[in-house]
Write a protein that binds this ligand. Structure first.
Ligand code: SF4
Length: 328
């Protein structure tokens, strides 16, 4: 069974974009691969954040990941900073990573532009601990979106350089390109994001709050009145139907929208019903976890222990290859 590694930054409770773009895929993969999933809190400190909120955000995110169906019996779920071998391997990888390679990373340029007052060295170095995250577990597959392919290429180069210089330890991981649709936010323009405030929190997926949120969702802007026919193919509401509704529902929307047979309120109402159904299991599991305070921490601690056992084996091999001193 191949090993998969994937990480997610601790942004707190999840939204629909996180689910469609990442966690849905995590749940699917845990039955086919040996999956290692990580909340990458060390990566998050390269950006401004509220210190007092960090651990709550990690816990909230882990709670949502588990409620969405990641099963700690099938996959390892842990927090990056609980396994210090990540940072140790990152330092070692720094010695086989070209400065020029890091300079070419487009994400560094984008992030530097988005936080000009905090262009720290960690932002620059970021892809190196990212390579360590993956290779520490000798992961062969990494689910990535197109924007992460460049970082994965760097991880492959790091593995090659290490193996060439010190002897073979690491596999060359492969990108498992995720064919997930890009989920736009309520504004129908930008990618769904908590920081942009255009998101649908998973916790809001209950009938009334969801209908209220969907009421804000931008539709086909050319459909001004109920009598105007619309075009589902340019409407973000229909993109959501394609994810959450049945083929029959989608046909109903297409027919009703293009002939002005249904209004946008009807269309959004049907979407709300389908989304509420889709996340019924999530709500149930979330309530169960909330009823047992401490359970999420227990799962994360057990996950860290399992991850650390693998990480320590890899590090022992690495130190030996490097010829480092150890007491006999
Ligand atoms: Fe969009 Fe539905 Fe309104 Fe058509 S009926 S414009 S698909 S919300």
């Amino acid at each position: 069974m191949k090993t998969v590694f994937s990480g997610i930054q601790p942004s707190g409770a999840l939204h629909v974009g996180n689910y469609v773009g990442a966690i849905h895929n995590w749940v699917q993969m845990q039955d086919q691969y040996r999956c290692i999933y990580c909340v990458v809190d060390y990566h998050a400190i390269t950006q401004d954040y509220e210190v007092k909120q960090m651990s709550a955000r990690v816990r909230e995110m882990a709670l949502d990941i588990l409620a969405l169906g990641v099963d700690p019996e099938k996959a390892i779920l842990f927090v990056q900073s609980a396994v210090p071998e990540h940072t140790e391997l990152a330092w070692i990888f720094g010695a086989v990573t070209g400065h020029g390679d890091l300079e070419r990373m487009t994400q560094f340029k984008d992030k530097s532009a988005s936080q000009p007052d905090n262009v720290n060295a960690g932002l620059f170095f970021y892809p190196v601990p990212q390579a360590a995250d993956i290779l520490l577990y000798k992961a062969e597959l990494v689910p990535v979106g197109a924007d992460q392919v460049q970082h994965l290429e760097l991880a492959r180069r790091v593995a090659r350089s290490f193996n060439h210089r010190w002897g073979k330890v690491f596999p060359e991981c492969e990108a498992k390109l995720t064919a997930t649709p890009k989920v736009l936010g309520l504004d129908g323009k930008a990618k769904m994001s908590k920081s942009l405030g255009n998101h649908i929190p998973l916790t809001s997926i209950e009938d009334r709050p969801l209908r209220k949120l969907l009421g804000r969702m931008v539709t086909d802007e050319k459909r001004v009145t109920r009598e105007d026919p619309g075009d589902p193919d340019v409407c973000n509401v229909f993109s959501f139907h394609k994810i959450f509704s049945t083929a029959d529902d989608q046909a109903w929307v297409r027919q009703g929208c293009t002939t002005a047979g249904i209004g946008c309120v009807d269309c959004k109402g049907r979407l709300a019903e389908r989304m509420v159904d889709h996340f019924a299991g999530y709500r149930e599991r979330r309530a169960e976890l909330l009823a047992h305070p401490g359970r999420v921490d227990e799962i994360l601690a057990a996950g860290a222990e399992k991850a650390r056992a693998i990480a320590q084996r890899t590090l022992a091999e690495v130190r030996q290859k490097l010829g480092l001193w150890r007491s006999r």
